[in-house]
Write a protein that binds this ligand. Structure first.
Ligand code: PGA
Length: 243
């Protein structure tokens, strides 16, 4: 069962500037406040912009962390350092990191566990490639990712089919519903399960009506404050009240 508020996570990836962050925050804060009964908004900008996005009633997150708390790891940032910056969430195992930076399920699990140890909530990403879906292996791939990447403790899962990320293609409502049910069957009761992949204002309301979808992880469309506000505004149930 989906409970409110739903999670609306903005993943800026390697985009954004100080000017953009300073304009985005007040614009999105207003929408986040108006929708606070139904939407919890989290922004995951590049680390260099985190300090510019605090204080607007929006939770802060990061896009990655190292598994260790400190050490000789040039260029890396630990979960406790993110916590010190005011973060409460961190994405772990985004498919871009799995594919481009060689992150394995085991590394994702270690990162997610490090996040929990630092007091952050990890958003653990799972999802199949198009070849895996076409081969009928989507559910097996996701089950393996869950089995091997999930930490002990409190976490959020984001189902992001790799072929739907940044492509303008969404999974069909039936595909989303069956994968979310599959994920729910493989995670502790009441785990929040988000959908991600080409989410935009025009499709959020429909995605949120799908059984088992607790929120959305938004990449490209989160960079534009007006577009992201419309996505947040889709959190109200169609009947106007809180279910
Ligand atoms: P997209 O990215 O919304 O641009 O498809 C989603 C994500 O990668 O988290």
């Amino acid at each position: 069962m989906v409970s409110y508020p739903r999670l609306f996570i903005a993943n800026w990836k390697m985009h954004g500037s100080p000017e953009m962050a300073k304009a985005w925050l007040p614009a999105v804060s207003d929408a986040a406040r108006r929708q606070s009964a139904t939407a919890k908004v989290v922004v995951c900008p590049p680390v260099t912009l985190i300090h510019l996005l605090s204080g607007g009633g929006i939770a802060l997150g990061a896009q990655n962390c190292h598994v260790a708390e400190e050490g000789a790891f040039t260029g890396e940032i630990s979960a406790s350092m993110l916590k010190d910056m005011g973060c409460s969430y961190v994405i772990a195992g985004h498919s871009e990191r799995r594919a481009q930076f060689g992150e394995t399920n085991e590394m994702v699990k270690q990162k997610a566990q490090a996040a929990i140890a630092a007091g952050l909530t990890p958003i653990v990403c799972v999802g199949e490639t198009l070849a895996e879906r076409d081969a009928g292996k989507a559910q097996d791939v996701v089950a393996k990712q869950l089995k091997e990447s999930l930490p002990q403790g409190q976490f959020v899962v984001a189902y992001e089919p790799v072929w739907a990320i940044g492509t303008g293609r969404n999974a069909s409502p039936a595909d989303i519903e069956s994968m979310h049910a599959h994920i729910a069957a493989n995670t502790p009761k009441n785990t929040q399960i988000l959908y991600g992949g080409s989410v935009k204002a025009a499709n959020t309301r429909e995605i949120l009506t799908i059984q088992g979808v607790s929120g959305v992880l938004v990449g490209g469309a989160s960079l534009n404050a007006d577009e992201f506000n419309k996505i947040i505004e889709s959190s109200s149930p169609p009947n106007g009240g809180v279910r």
